[in-house]
Design a binder for this molecule. Structure first.
Ligand code: GDP
Ligand code: GDP
Length: 505
């Protein structure tokens, strides 16, 4: 178990390092209808972003990943959060451009090469050029050779890098990517990330499981080929301390009547995921070999359960935090729940072995450990008191061994998977801000901030950027208040909500 401990601490630092070493970000800016999302889809291969002529369509995804010449980057389509309201559009473009300037390593401004230069184009160009980040002008809709010369007109915007493209016909895209990737910082993604890839039970001799190194690049690539960008699939981590019933639950979930299960190589070496398909939705249980893995000794098993939870969370969208009903929330459950909360994954609390709490005994008034049959309301309150930070997580009572309430698990997974991808338009957000009475927040005067506006910058987990009068970290009670108000209006069931603050000066 020393090794497990070592590994756990190594993983912690690796995770931190991975966070600071995230992929470079490319932002796509421009006014509506120039073809940003068509370009975005072209670059990421995403089939899910919606493209259409209707104004004001909400796009469900704006972040994607891209690989070019063996290098990886993230890409964001800033157009995804432009509100319906025409009047708001220019201001919104600039807000988004500002976000792009703050966060991106390179910016691609897109214009429609078939239209005249418009004044918002010029203002946006000025803002971007002043920002000091590498900027590129993609003159889009240059579908034929004959149109190419007209791209030159756009040099007036002042960009040095002007590239004619046709997002729809896939021309000029390679040149654009060559130019953009040339300025992106190198990220050494081949650097190995320590991952627990203990092979199988047989390997687990006295020396403990066998750990090996899996390159992060492999993982990233895998996510791209099988991951969320290409299919409607929810990746699920079953986490919890030893003997709460994780493997029994997995068996119940994959053994349901309507399940078509296929094992698929997982994201790390030797890991196997099982994919259950039901009603047009794919549920991928990550690293099922890991879920069934048992530690030799109690201590070993406990440490392993934490390491596994962290590793599984990394590969998942939604986590099932399994609690043993007969034992209630123990310190280790709270510890694992804390990791789930911080990971940004959605959480469903699954109270398992409920059969043992309700069965009636020989005297017709069955007691578990001499206690009265439990009441779900009372029980839920106890769990919630012990896991306060997970107040957004739905809670289910199941009996995995009897297959009781297993259907509900699928329903809830589908629900929270949908909720975490939900996007609130800036128009909705503005109306929301007008409604909220911030005086009601119990926050000391000196800690109060004024929110000028707020925008949802990302989904999964929903992340809001607040533009405020002060450059301070949000006071805990203020953040709490805001989060509650957001949930009241928009839900986001099962998902944590993240905030970023930017002082507007
Ligand atoms: P966005 O609002 O900037 O994200 O623009 P969209 O990607 O939604 O595109 C707006 C319209 O322009 C859609 O009707 C696209 O089909 C069209 N479009 C995008 N790229 C091209 C292109 O390269 N050539 C032509 N002819 N039309 C394009
Ligand atoms: P894991 O270590 O979390 O994977 O837990 P297991 O799935 O191996 O389950 C541990 C023990 O709890 C086994 O003996 C299971 O049979 C038992 N168990 C699991 N789920 C239930 C349940 O719903 N009801 C009852 N009564 N026992 C259960």
């Amino acid at each position: 178990w020393r090794e497990v401990e070592l590994l756990a601490s190594q993983m912690a630092t690796e995770t931190e390092r991975a966070e600071s070493r995230t992929l470079p970000l490319i932002a796509i800016c421009g006014r509506p209808n120039v073809g940003k999302s068509t370009l975005f889809n072209r670059l990421t291969g995403s089939r899910r972003s919606i493209v259409g002529d209707e104004p004001g369509i909400t796009r469900d995804r704006i972040y994607g990943e891209i690989e070019w010449m063996n290098r990886d980057a993230r890409i964001v389509d800033t157009g995804g959060v432009i509100p319906d309201d025409e009047a708001l559009i220019p201001a919104e473009i600039f807000r988004q451009a500002q976000v792009a300037l703050d966060e991106a390593d390179a910016i691609v401004m897109v214009v429609d090469g078939r239209t005249e230069l418009a004044s918002p184009d010029m203002e946006l160009a000025r803002l971007l050029l002043r920002g000091g980040k590498p900027v590129f002008l993609a003159v889009n809709k240059m579908d034929t050779e004959a149109l190419l010369p007209s791209a030159e007109n756009f040099r007036r915007l002042g960009f040095r890098n002007v590239l004619p493209i046709s997002a729809e016909h896939n021309s000029g895209i390679g040149d654009l990517l060559d130019a953009v990737f040339a300025v992106l910082p190198e990220v050494d993604i081949e650097e190995p990330v320590v991952m627990l890839t203990a092979t199988d039970e047989a390997d687990e001799d006295e020396d403990g499981p066998d750990y090996s190194i899996a390159p992060a690049a492999k993982r990233v690539r895998h996510l791209r080929s099988h991951g969320e960008y290409e299919s409607r699939e929810t990746k699920i981590a079953i986490i919890g301390r030893p003997n709460v019933g994780k493997s029994t639950l997995l068996n119940a979930l994959t053994g349901t009547k309507r399940a078509i299960v296929s094992p698929i190589a997982g994201t790390t070496r030797d890991a196997v995921d099982e994919v259950v398909e039901r009603d047009g939705h794919a549920f991928r249980f990550v690293d099922t070999a890991g879920i069934r893995r048992k530690g030799k000794t109690k201590l070993m098993a406990e440490k392993l359960s934490v390491v596994m939870a962290r590793k599984h969370l990394e590969a998942a969208d939604v986590s099932l935090l399994v609690i043993d009903a007969t034992e209630g929330v123990a310190a280790l459950d709270a510890n694992i729940g804390g990791y789930a909360h911080e990971s940004g994954r959605s959480v469903i609390i699954v109270v398992n072995k409920w059969d043992l709490m309700t069965k009636t005994g020989p005297d017709g008034n069955r007691l578990f450990d001499g206690k009265q049959p439990a009441n779900q309301k009372v029980y839920e309150q106890q769990v919630r008191d012990a896991l306060k930070y997970l107040d957004y997580a739905p809670l289910l009572f199941v009996s995995a061994a009897d297959g009781k309430n297993i259907e509900q698990v699928f329903k809830k997974v589908e629900l929270v998977a949908r909720e975490r991808r939900k996007r609130i338009t800036t128009g909705q957000m503005n109306r929301f801000l007008e409604r909220v009475d911030f005086q009601r927040a119990s926050v000391p005067m000196s800690k109060r901030v004024r929110i000028y506006y707020m925008t949802q910058a990302a989904v999964a987990p929903p992340t809001f950027v607040l533009f405020t009068d002060k450059d301070v970290k949000l006071h805990f009670s203020f953040e709490r208040f805001l989060e509650n108000q957001i949930r009241e209006s928009f839900g986001f069931i099962g998902s944590p909500i993240w905030f970023k603050v930017r002082a507007r000066n």
